[in-house]
Design a protein around this ligand. Structure first.
Ligand code: AMP
Length: 270
C-alpha cells in the first residue's frame, strides 16, 4: 500500500494508472467503508482510498472538532485489505489552487439534510469536485446510507467528468443499526436506543407496505417515536427515491430520517 501524503506523491503514483476505483472517506473506518472498498477492488484494477475530514461540509465548528479521527487504526485496516493507495491530503492539497466553483442547490433540493444543515452539500459537492479533478478515477464508490449525498454527487460529478458514481448498499450491525463513524461517540445504552429506534422504523415500513400512506400517518409516527424514545427526530419523511417528492406509497420510495441521540445526530433511510 502506497501512502500519498500530498498531490506530488499522488500524481507520481497515479501516472499510468487507468481503471482506478476511488473510495472517499473521512476516516474512522468501519464495515460500511470496507464494503465500498471491496466493491472497488472487485470492479477496478487499482483502488485508492482517501481520508480527509473536509471542514467545508461541517455547518457546526464543534461537530468538526469532535468528529472521530483514528488514522492509525484506519491505516492498519487499509493495509490488511491490500488497498493500493491511501491519499491523506492536507487542506492545501485540496483547497490550494482553484477557487470554489459556484454551487447552488435549487429550491426543490433544499429538503431534509439540505434544509437542516445549511451549506453542507455545497461543501460536499465542492470537495468531491476537487477530489475527482485531482484523482481522475474511473469509478467512485459511495454509500446509500448518505442517500442525499449520493444523489448530489452523482448529479454534479457525472455531468462534468468521465467518472461513474456507484451507489452501494447500507451495511448494518446485527441489530439493524446503520454503521457510522459517529456511532463511536455513543455509549452502550445510547447505541441500544438507536438500534431500537431503527427496528421500530423497519417494522413501521413493513406495516405500511400495502396501504396508501398519508402525510398524517407519517407525521403521527414521527411524533410517536420521538415521544417513545425521548429523542429529537429532526425529519422523518417518505419520499420518492428518484425525484425526492413526498410519496404516498412504499414502492420506489424510502423513509428518510435524521435523529439525535443526545447531541449526536444520525441519519438513515429504509
Ligand atoms: P464518511 O467517512 O462517513 O464520509 O463515509 C464515506 C463513505 O462511506 C460515504 O460514501 C458513505 O455513504 C459510506 N458509508 C458510511 N456508512 C456506511 C454504511 N453503513 N454502509 C455503506 N456505506 C457507508
Amino acid at each position: 500500500m502506497k501512502k500519498l501524503l500530498n498531490n506530488n506523491d499522488l500524481n507520481e503514483a497515479l501516472y499510468n494508472v487507468s481503471n482506478l476505483g476511488f473510495v472517499p472517506t473521512m476516516g474512522s473506518l468501519h464495515k460500511g467503508h470496507i464494503s465500498l472498498i471491496k466493491k472497488s477492488k472487485n470492479q477496478c484494477s487499482k483502488t485508492l482510498v482517501s481520508i480527509y475530514v473536509n471542514p467545508t461540509q461541517f455547518n457546526n465548528k464543534n461537530d468538526y472538532k469532535n468528529y472521530p479521527r483514528n488514522s492509525k487504526k484506519d491505516l492498519s485496516i487499509l493495509k490488511k485489505m491490500k488497498v493500493n493507495f491511501v491519499y491523506l491530503p492536507k487542506t492545501q492539497d485540496i483547497y490550494g489552487l482553484k477557487s470554489k466553483a459556484k454551487i447552488k442547490l435549487n429550491k426543490k433540493e433544499k429538503i431534509m439534510c439540505a434544509k437542516f444543515r445549511k451549506g453542507h452539500f455545497e461543501g460536499v459537492i465542492d470537495v468531491m469536485d476537487r477530489l475527482t479533478k485531482i484523482i481522475k478515477p474511473k469509478k467512485i464508490f459511495m454509500g446509500e446510507k448518505d442517500y442525499q449525498q449520493l444523489y448530489f454527487v452523482k448529479k454534479n460529478i457525472e455531468k462534468k467528468y468521465q467518472t461513474e458514481i456507484i451507489g452501494c448498499k447500507t451495511i448494518r450491525n446485527k441489530q439493524k443499526l446503520a454503521l457510522s463513524s459517529r456511532n463511536i461517540l455513543l455509549n452502550k445504552s445510547q447505541i441500544i436506543k438507536a438500534e431500537k429506534f431503527t427496528q421500530k422504523i423497519i417494522a413501521f415500513k413493513k406495516k405500511i407496505k400495502t396501504i396508501k400512506v398519508t402525510p398524517q400517518i407519517i407525521d403521527k409516527k414521527k411524533r410517536e417515536l420521538s415521544k417513545l424514545f425521548k429523542i429529537k427526530v429532526q425529519y422523518f419523511e417518505l419520499r420518492n427515491i428518484i425525484n425526492f417528492k413526498i410519496s404516498n406509497k412504499i414502492k420506489n420510495s424510502k423513509i428518510f430520517v435524521a435523529f439525535f441521540i443526545d447531541k449526536v445526530r444520525l441519519i438513515d433511510n429504509f
